[in-house]
Design a binder for this molecule. Structure first.
Ligand code: PLP
Length: 453
């Protein structure tokens, strides 16, 4: 199909993130123009269900007037002030208060950032800083997980455990280690129960810590449910066992809640849904329902105390972004949290989850689907060449990308994580719209099957 004028101009000028730069020259981009509710519309006016809530973030959907008004009002009142050197403003203070109230574990302070990558980058710096302040400069290594996703800055991409984020970027940096991926379908042994698999994952972590030397291992970071790694729900008892190992070796625990916080798993924080009790937490995305780029790390008292120790030594706490706590972002985040509370968005997401998960599990019977997995209002359908042996398709076949293209024709935007099709719609999706979404996904799978034959 010939590319439109906009598509050609796009390809001439924009380097698209996370895109196959070779194939996009033929396929062109999908140029979107407007959106309302759970639908986005392309420049020709065709509607699509946003089956991925953008990038796991637009929980309240599109065109929310209250959020737009909150941004406009704050822009007129105080469009910018920073938080450096003792400056502050009401929206940042109130937002920090709200987040401390909501946090599932004791939190001392909130440090604002603009993205998930900045949040996790800041976590690493804070861990190093804290351990220096505590007089244990050798305790610095951070353990992440194979297939974990934590961002793309040099340090957060190092935490990420996916080959595309490392290969030829000369990553990971030293001192970042990866332990096993808790995906029972792919890595569980023949006949191994979920519980036994969880025990083995915890044993892998313990072995790694002992191999490296417990005095050198500072922290463990995990998403409650892995997102970009393929929507991987850990096996039963996983976090309980992982936490026991961390506690045994005084390893600080970080929850990367960039996707899972704010109702995605039916609770305010995904950690609560999985029995994970971290020491600090990273958030972003649904904090503003993606109306503004805002993130934060929620840190415990001992980490805050380290900033006082170091300030006395160095003269300042030398970390912060121009837009840390941007007043417009903070005002939008506050309004988002108010809507979550007032409209009972989290409770309603929990109530809709069984319908969502039932649809997902039903598609597990499709001949193309090796595993249908998910929790709350997120899930994935892993397409395989052989259901019985779990044999994957040849990467060259590009089945995942093909499925996304067909889904687009069917009027639904999905994302392929390899050959797993991810689903993560706005939390405001109605029960009827959930049925509609899955009808389109089912049609997509049938057509992919025809194509794969
Ligand atoms: N952490 C998790 C769990 C994520 O899913 C993402 C992005 O998808 C990030 C961190 C990175 O966030 P950002 O893209 O805002 O830098």
């Amino acid at each position: 199909m010939a590319l439109t004028n906009l598509q050609v101009r796009d390809l001439e000028t924009v380097l698209h993130p996370y895109t196959n730069q070779a194939t996009i020259r033929d396929t062109g981009t999908l140029v979107l123009e407007r959106a309302k509710g759970i639908h986005v519309y392309d420049v020709d006016g065709k509607p699509y269900i946003e089956g991925m809530a953008g990038l796991w973030c637009t929980s309240l959907g599109y065109g929310n007037e209250e959020l737009a008004d909150a941004a406009y009002a704050q822009m007129k009142k105080l469009s910018f002030t920073h938080l450096f050197g003792g400056k502050s403003h009401d929206p940042a203070i109130e937002l920090a208060e709200r987040l401390k109230e909501k946090a599932p574990v004791p939190i001392s302070k909130v440090f604002f950032v603009c993205s998930g990558s900045e949040a996790n980058d800041s976590q690493i710096k804070m861990i190093w800083y804290m351990n220096n302040a505590m007089g244990r400069p050798q305790k610095k290594k951070i353990v992440s997980r194979i297939k974990g996703y934590h961002g793309v800055t040099i340090a957060s991409a190092s935490l990420t455990g996916l080959p595309a984020n490392h290969t030829d970027f000369d990553l990971p940096i030293s001192g970042i280690l990866h332990t096993s991926c808790p995906h029972h379908y792919r890595f569980g042994l023949e006949g191994e129960s979920e519980e036994d698999f969880a025990t083995r994952c915890a044993q892998d972590l313990e072995d790694l810590i002992l191999r490296e030397g417990p005095d050198t291992v500072a922290a463990f970071i995990a998403e409650p449910v892995m997102g970009a790694g393929g929507v991987i729900v850990p096996p039963k008892g996983y976090f309980e066992k992982m936490m026991a190992v961390c506690q045994r070796y005084d390893v600080f625990m970080i929850a990367d809640e960039v996707i899972c916080a704010f109702g995605r798993l039916g609770e305010w924080f995904g950690s609560s849904a999985l029995g994970y009790k971290p020491n600090s937490i990273s958030i972003a995305k649904a904090l503003t329902s993606a109306y503004m780029p805002v993130g934060a790390i929620l840190i415990p008292e001992e980490m805050y105390q380290a900033t006082i120790v170091e300030s006395k030594k160095v003269g300042t706490f030398g970390h912060g972004f121009t837009y840390s706590g941007h007043p417009v972002g903070a005002a939008v985040a506050l309004k988002t949290l108010e809507i979550y509370d007032r409209e009972k968005i989290i409770e309603k997401a929990a109530a809709k989850s069984p319908q969502f998960q039932a649809h997902l599990k039903a598609l597990g019977d499709h001949p193309l689907v090796g595993e249908a997995r998910g929790l709350g209002m997120m899930g994935a359908l892993e397409m395989v060449a052989d259901k019985r042996t779990k044999k994957a398709f040849e990467p060259k076949a590009g089945i995942g990308a093909k499925a996304v293209a067909i889904a687009q024709e069917e009027g639904v935007i999905l994302r392929n994580l390899g050959d797993a099709l991810a689903l993560c719609p706005p939390l405001i999706i109605s029960p009827e719209e959930i049925d509609d979404l899955f009808d389109r996904v089912a049609r997509t799978l049938d057509r992919v099957l025809d194509h794969a034959k």
